[in-house]
Design a protein around this ligand. Structure first.
Ligand code: AMP
Length: 466
């Protein structure tokens, strides 16, 4: 199927072509036609499937007739409201709306907390047809009388399960009460626990149901492995894995903000170009950190589960669970950051004795055993002496790559090469001898990535030929 078979307007087909997309993904094939017809849709799709375009393209088309260049705010009432759980996801959705809608003069804005409210008030007072928002900030703006939601014709709840997990249900109920009863509703969720089904029953009218990946499936291109490790050796093992495997872009998960901060500090002292990402960081810090990581300027990002969903990081080859998530579902979301859009990825978990039960829970959810890797023998790697460490340039002062090439994110001289197990003469654990999933995809340009996504969605024979 081609995009042109979906009934999309010429302006949107042009924007899609400019993005380099050659074929619609399955969620786009299934969701775009009913949304264009004005039907409610409940879609089970994870990020990485092309779900954002699946709802933003038809949404733009449905509002196209209202596009106008009048300066009067009255001519730009809020017609579509997209609710997203996190600031990062809201910003990402808005970016897509701007990209796909660049040939249609509809106004849009994105509002979220953690930044000054005044510029957002100004944007909304000027009038926008499409508003992307996190629930809390949206309600603040409603209370300030800057957002009138009584004109909304299309409501999108993106990553609905995450919104409920984050405790947004009361805010969502308040927002629903401000919307007109007559409207089109679209709900997207990676998982469908009971509370999501209940919310769907309340919000959606005879929805078209679309399920792209069965509940709790994980990207097939992700390889899983685990190390059973003493808590006191965890950090050493982590540093060792990053160095010996030459991981150039790795997302490390901790379960608390405190341990994310502590680990990021320690890794920085160990010579890694590293930052922490969690909800105590200011919005500017979060945006800058994420941008640096996406561009390959930051080698290690230590994050809490705030980063686990929705974020689209090109070709992320490695995710490491430094601490396992208390909720097994979050494992799926964490590792969903890798193995995306047709590229391979790997998920490594460092499991201390107290986390054995969590690992068992994850295995039950995955319906498979995660292979346990052999630990590199203690003391097998020559340790860097204090003098050597001091002689190494600080990562803060180390030269940064001129462009976004992940392979150069850490200056070679700041990584002691001798830590590679192969050079120690010790038994090489199986994990170290396998092909590195990131190698193939780490240098691809966006076009190449798009081709890979397209190839992923082609029938198997065609995909092989690509
Ligand atoms: P999403 O699931 O919306 O987060 O999208 C994941 C990635 O797939 C984004 O980087 C999109 O730019 C990309 N994408 C969306 N639709 C297509 C398509 N039809 N062909 C190729 N890439 C796509």
């Amino acid at each position: 199927m081609q995009f042109s078979d979906l009934g999309l307007a010429a302006e949107l087909l042009r924007a899609v072509e400019e993005q380099g997309y050659t074929q619609p993904t399955p969620i786009q094939e299934q969701a775009i036609p009913p949304i264009l017809l004005g039907q409610d849709v409940m879609a089970g799709a994870q990020t990485g499937t092309g779900k954002t375009a699946a709802f933003t393209l038809p949404l733009l088309q449905r509002l196209k007739g209202y596009a106008n260049t009048s300066v009067s705010p009255a001519r730009h009432p809020v017609r579509a409201l997209v609710l997203a759980p996190t600031r990062e996801l809201a910003a990402q959705v808005w970016e897509s709306i701007c990209e796909y809608g660049k040939h249609i003069p509809l106004r849009s804005a994105c509002v979220y907390g953690g930044v000054a409210i005044e510029p957002q008030m100004k944007d909304l007072r000027a009038g926008v047809e499409i508003l992307v928002a996190t629930p809390g900030r949206l309600l603040d703006l409603v209370h300030q009388r800057c957002a009138n939601l009584s004109t909304v014709q299309i409501l999108v709840l993106d990553e609905a399960d995450r919104m409920l997990d984050m405790g947004f249900m009361p805010d969502i109920k308040r927002i629903l009460a401000l919307l007109p009863a007559q409207r089109q509703n679209l709900m997207l969720s990676a998982t469908f626990p009971d509370d999501i089904r209940k919310l769907g029953d309340q919000v959606l009218q005879a929805p078209v149901r679309i399920q792209i990946a069965p509940r709790n499936t994980v990207a097939e291109l992700v390889t899983h492995s685990a190390y059973k490790v003493d808590p006191l050796r965890k950090r050493e093992l982590l540093a060792d894995l990053i160095r010996s495997r030459d991981m150039r872009q790795v997302l490390v998960f901790t379960s608390t903000k405190i341990s994310a901060n502590r680990l990021a500090r320690q890794l920085e002292r160990d010579g890694f170009n590293c930052s922490a990402l969690h909800s105590d960081k200011t919005q500017q810090e979060r945006t800058a950190t994420l941008a640096a990581f996406k561009e390959g300027k930051l080698q290690v990002l230590v994050a809490t589960d705030i980063a686990a969903r929705g974020l689209d990081i090109e070709h992320l080859p490695h995710v490491i669970n430094y601490e396992l998530p208390p909720n097994s579902d979050d494992y799926i979301h964490r590792i969903g950051r890798t193995g995306r859009a047709g590229t391979q990825g790997e998920a490594i978990s460092l499991v201390e004795p107290e986390e054995q039960d969590l690992l068992a829970g994850i295995e039950r959810l995955l319906k498979k055993k995660i292979p346990i890797q052999q630990l590199p023998a203690e003391g097998s790697r020559p340790r860097e002496s204090t003098r050597e460490r001091r002689a190494r340039p600080s990562p803060r002062h180390a030269p940064r790559p001129a462009q976004s090439v992940p392979a150069q994110s850490i200056p070679a001289q700041s990584v002691p090469a001798q830590s590679a197990p192969a050079e120690t003469g010790q038994a090489v654990p199986a994990l170290f001898s396998t092909a590195r999933p990131g190698d193939a995809g780490a240098t691809g340009a966006p076009e190449r990535r798009r081709k890979q996504v397209a190839a992923l969605f082609l029938p198997p024979v065609a995909a092989k030929q690509d």
